[in-house]
Write a protein that binds this ligand. Sequence first.
Ligand code: FER
Length: 166
Amino acid sequence: MNQDVKEFVGSHMIYTYENGWEYEIYIKNDHTIDYRIHSGMVGGRWVRDQKADIVKLTEGVYKVSWTEPTGTDVSLNFMPNEKRMHGIIFFPKWVHERPDITVCYQNDHIDLMEESREKYETYPKYVVPEFADITFIENAGIDNEDLISKAPYPGMTDDIRAGKRV
Ligand code: FER
């Protein structure tokens, strides 16, 4: 375990980008995330066990970066003390044109993602840089397999914020 990110590991957060897109992330351990996308261009998509680079930039500021099987690249800077985050997403052209292909439980469709990134166009990329407000944060411990274990549904983030088990 990278001691630098010890305090950040286990964070379970929900945040809303200034463009209205709502996301949920769980920092499962010092190199793995689970996430659900609740609204926006790829709302309904969810992923477990995505490998990511997770570092502490300075006190209270953490950066999480990874590349998806779809070819989408993501880099997120979390400032949990300020309940703020800045994310930048680099979507291949095809994901912007056919987001529906990526809206699934990705773990069951890795082959389709890898086939699609070869079959469809990558460039020009669709770049989305946005700040977000963190609307929920808790520490759910390390390697919690029950937390992100169901598909997103409308109203799920309200249920989580209300403390209802989902
Ligand atoms: C995020 C922005 C983008 C995020 C995940 C993504 C978990 C993933 C996008 C994709 O795979 O298409 O804030 O947080």
